[in-house]
Design a binder for this molecule. Sequence first.
Ligand code: G3P
Ligand code: MG
Length: 251
Amino acid sequence: MNTTLIYAHRGASSLAPENTMAAFELARSAKAEGIETDIQLTKDQIPVLIHDENLRRTTNGTGFVQDYTYTELRMLDAGSWFSPEFSDCYIVTLDEFLRWFKEKPMFLNAELKTNVIEYKDIERIVYEALKKYDVVERTVISSFNSDTILRMKKINPSIKTAFLTSTKMINLPDYAKSLGADALHVKHRLLDKKLVKSCQKEKLNLRVYTVNRPSHMKKCYQLGIDGIFTDFPHQAREYRKLNHDNRKGFF
Ligand code: G3P
Ligand code: MG
């Protein structure tokens, strides 16, 4: 059984404002093996790391990411909503993030947020950035939108992709396979032994989000899935140490 890798979800988002450089730095200090981040496009087609289409929840701005240029977005405060000590945090471009990430021995899960707005050309723009920094091989592209998976595979059939879902579906692994995806990323309540088995049969990697509770972490480790996305990478490392050698007979 492989070790379950820990991806810091939106960075170490329990410790710092999600998807900011502060959260990514803390993910690295927590020794997470990977970082998960969310990508949207600005009005001038710059890929930026922000979870919501709308600026309201995580910045002091209003309206939609797609209606502003990056120069405009760069002025927003993306940290005070979390805590005043992070008031210097701002919305990061994918390019700035990759400049930092390139030197770190980590994996990346770039989630393309195309399920609400289908940003034109986002797949090609993101792919070009990954290529520029030579990180394609340690990146997996995921999306809730099947068309994004299909488009990515058309751009480069060997780039790793994952179909993301929170919906229970019969034959989910078959569906992911039919898209050409290499992995399935599911919400934790969809995880059971049957899904693990069918992913193994289809040779699909299986990763689970968002795994924050110790009991959920334990279940993931004992089932030996490929990865978890967690807001608590420190604790996930500690728990993995405790659970990894004791996986037999979980069910
Ligand atoms: O990529 C896993 C997870 O991030 C998907 O959901 O809404 O947190 O981006 P969300
Ligand atoms: Mg995400």
